[in-house]
Design a binder for this molecule. Structure first.
Ligand code: ZN
Length: 250
């Protein structure tokens, strides 16, 4: 089908967005082009506003305003600076923040390892994570990644790269079927999953083997609001070369 050039340009750009296939991109583009109100102009202005006045936080990689860098989460002195919650995207950061119970800091990877999309380890902010752990007095890293194969591979890769660093590494007890992600969990379940996070180790790197981890237990140092952990939250089972241990009290 022959498409008018400007609309084809819009379709191809929409098609680059996650979750927008060619058919959806065509539907949106034709809907926008057919509108006789100001939606198209308003949308263009909003996109330009975001492009001109937002950037990635120089510390955590989340989205922030040009005039607020480092971002609020990195700069706020009231937040627990010894714990980093590592997420794949800035949207995941927002979802965890909406639980209202986490008050540590964040680190946004900018995606996950994905051979299908040509996304390798060099495309992720893992070296920046290592640098932050080494220089910011980080005692715990929570790998709040999704529950699919690529996210699990990314978590294992990060765990290997952090080997030898004196930091506790944990993952949320997601309580949802494999293949799901943070964006598909309701706020309460996400909150419980993080509160019930478990130590995360790859095969052959057991704590008894010499890996020293700082003590971070205790309500006083917890970045979470005091709340009794649920008793019946489904747990992540040990699979493959991963070993998980229960670690409810934080
Ligand atoms: Zn930040």
């Amino acid at each position: 089908m022959k498409t008018i050039a400007p609309i084809e340009g819009l379709i191809s750009n929409l098609n680059k967005l996650p979750g927008i296939g060619r058919r959806s991109a065509e539907r949106i583009a034709f809907e926008l082009a057919a509108r006789h109100d100001n939606l198209l102009q308003d949308l263009a202005a909003a996109l330009q506003e975001v492009a001109r006045n937002t950037t990635l936080c120089s510390r955590c990689g989340g989205i922030t305003g040009l005039a607020e860098n480092p971002c609020f989460f990195c700069a706020a002195p009231s937040r627990n600076a010894s714990i980093l919650c590592v997420v794949e995207t800035a949207m995941d950061l927002l979802l965890i923040e909406k639980t209202g119970s986490y008050s540590g800091r964040y680190h946004v990877l900018g995606g996950k390892i994905s051979p299908m999309r040509g996304n390798g380890i060099d495309n992720l902010k893992i070296e920046a994570l290592r640098r932050r752990i080494a220089t910011e007095g980080i005692k715990e890293v929570i790998l709040a990644l999704n529950s699919d194969v690529e996210s699990d591979a990314t978590a294992s890769m990060i765990m290997d790269l952090l080997n030898g660093m004196e930091v506790r590494v944990s993952r949320p007890a997601m309580g949802l079927p494999a293949g799901s992600g943070i964006a598909f969990i309701d706020r309460i379940t996400l909150n419980n999953a993080i509160q019930n996070r478990q130590d995360f180790q790859t095969g052959g790197k057991k704590e008894e083997g010499g890996r020293q981890k700082p003590e971070v237990s205790g309500q006083r140092s917890s970045p979470f609001a005091t709340q009794a952990p649920p008793e019946a939250l489904p747990r992540r089972e040990a699979t493959g070369n991963k070993e998980v241990r229960g670690q409810n009290n934080i």
